[in-house]
Design a protein around this ligand. Structure first.
Ligand SMILES: Nc1ncnc2c1ncn2[C@@H]1O[C@H](COP(=O)(O)OP(=O)(O)OP(=O)(O)O)[C@@H](O)[C@H]1O
Ligand SMILES: [Mg+2]
Ligand SMILES: [Mg+2]
Length: 484
């Protein structure tokens, strides 16, 4: 029998706010243990929670960016459980009336080759709700120490429908979702800092079957690659169990990304009963049209929309767009440089940014924000090349210099005497005439209609000019002389 995999992802994303979800103490990462706490975070007797408006703004933005319906009214519930990571024995969350419903994440599947755009697909979302993050347990040799710095940080849970079909799709889903959150300024989504966490629910079923199979939940997938590897591994495990005549048991498993193995954490019998009930300390939240409109106005263009625009507006090839659009700063930098350079030069601008600038930044381990090469420099460089003042090979040299010093390209060219040979000289015409006289075969071929034969004349001219002749002018002069 042929089987197919069915996957649903639960993604937790920390919202980047100054303060915590229900109190004004600072939210943050990397501070000394238990310094980002106050009586509310520690759940001391008598405290009351107060909602963080910025966190509500952020989740509405996330919902709008993902095409969700924003509920006119949502409410808060207590999710009860006892564990030392939560000092109050419950977590404030949203149970049956979350703030965002439906919506989807657009993904691109791998194309037939690296330079070919892959198929696009929309993965449906069930809901997005807001809750507070919990503290962290640090396990020492004989003790476990608790740190409540993370407790109370605004946290979104983004739940997908069980419609993801493969580990690759899950990978594309997370890549796209992460970029959306970063573009929206909602979260930095640094998985190493726990700002984005993913649980994967996986089942298999015979192809053609519509009922869902028994799901296994994978936890502790702490990088996007581990999510992909963990899912692939779990699908194989379930297929092996099923093919050997066994049945899949509903359980939570822990995936060890480094070792590439998983082990059972708890089974269905040990599942929590959260005894949800409405939090009596918090009012329901009403989101009216004006609130939604205010947030809508702050929503940026997302990567896929930007990519489509880059195709039409700048005629960029897929390979360039697929690098540029995933990084908002890089995309903005490109657009600024393209604007300075003017019409018809966008692809050249894109090439310098994606190839040369990215390479040098990578080698120097620098961020684009501190690059001495500014968009105007790229535009100037491209303009010099286009005007024939600068040959491509010399331009590479100028770029390296410019990267190190931030000196404008024209000034480097002047200072180092790198300009291509003078343009309108009789000398150039002389080289051209010599080349025509010495290469009768190429001339005949060109005159017979073989367009590329003209290139056979250019080599000798470059040689005679020691590589400094302006290629554009050489081409023009040759054509003029050959037409005589
Ligand atoms: N049979 C199944 N196979 C694969 N995925 C499934 C299956 N049934 C449900 N899912 C997915 O599992 C996830 C369930 O998440 P949800 O938060 O609703 O419940 P939960 O995991 O029981 O709760 P908790 O938040 O406490 O972990 C969803 O993403 C859903 O699409
Ligand atoms: Mg869940
Ligand atoms: Mg779950």
């Amino acid at each position: 029998m042929k089987y197919e995999a069915v996957i649903g992802l639960e993604v937790h994303v920390q919202i980047k706010t100054h303060s915590k979800m229900f109190t004004r103490v600072a939210a943050g990462y990397g501070q000394p243990a238990n310094t980002l706490t106050d009586p509310v975070v520690l759940a001391l007797p008598g405290v009351l929670p107060v909602m963080n408006k910025a966190a509500l703004d952020a989740i509405i933005k996330a919902g709008l960016l993902l095409g969700c319906d924003i509920a006119p009214v949502c409410k808060w519930d207590r999710k009860n459980y006892f564990y030392p990571d939560s000092p109050k024995n419950y977590q404030i969350s949203q149970f049956d009336q979350p703030i965002c419903l439906n919506g989807s994440v657009e993904i691109e599947l791998p194309g037939a080759a690296r330079n070919i755009q892959g198929e696009h697909k929309k993965i449906a979302l069930t809901r997005i709700h807001l809750e507070e993050d919990v503290g962290k347990l640090n396990h020492e040799a004989f003790d476990s120490l608790v740190d409540y710095n993370r407790a109370g940080t605004p946290l979104m849970e983004i739940v997908s429908e069980p419609v993801i079909k493969s580990a690759e799709e899950a990978y594309a889903y997370l890549t796209s979702l992460r970029a959306t959150m970063i573009y929206g300024g909602i979260s930095d989504c640094d998985m190493e800092k726990g700002q984005l966490r993913c649980d994967a629910n996986i089942s298999i079923r015979p192809v053609g079957e519509t009922k869902l199979g028994t799901k296994v939940e994978l936890k502790n997938l702490n990088s996007i690659s581990y999510v992909r590897d963990g899912i692939a591994h779990e699908i194989q495990r379930q297929l092996a169990v099923t093919q050997a005549g066994g049945t899949i048991v509903q359980e939570t498993r822990d995936y060890d990304g480094e070792a590439g193995v998983s082990q059972s954490l708890r089974s269905k019998e040990m599942a929590h009963d959260y005894r949800y009930f409405p939090d009596p300390d918090l009012m329901p939240v009403k989101v009216d049209a004006a609130w939604k409109a205010r947030i809508q106005a702050e929503c940026p263009e997302l990567p896929f929309a930007k990519q489509t625009r880059f195709f039409t507006q700048y005629s960029l090839p897929y390979t360039l767009t697929s690098v540029l659009v995933w990084d908002r700063t890089l995309a903005d930098y490109f657009e600024e440089a393209a604007k300075f350079a003017g019409p018809g030069k966008a692809q050249a601008v894109g090439n310098w940014i994606v190839n040369d600038l990215q390479r040098e930044l990578g080698a120097a381990k620098l961020d684009l924000a501190v690059s001495k090469v500014r968009p105007q420099h790229i535009a100037d460089l491209v303009t010099l090349i286009d005007a024939g003042t600068l040959l491509n090979n010399t331009a590479k040299e100028v770029f390296i210099e410019m990267f190190a010093t931030g000196e404008p390209p024209a000034s480097i060219v002047a200072r180092k005497g790198l300009a291509a040979a003078p343009t309108d000289t009789a000398e150039l015409e002389g080289w051209c005439r010599d080349a025509i006289a010495a290469n009768a075969k190429s001339v005949a071929e060109f005159k017979a209609g073989k367009e590329s034969a003209i290139n056979g004349l250019k080599g000798p001219i470059m040689k005679a000019s020691k590589g400094k002749a302006n290629p554009k002018l050489v081409d023009e002069t040759l054509r003029r002389l050959l037409a005589e």
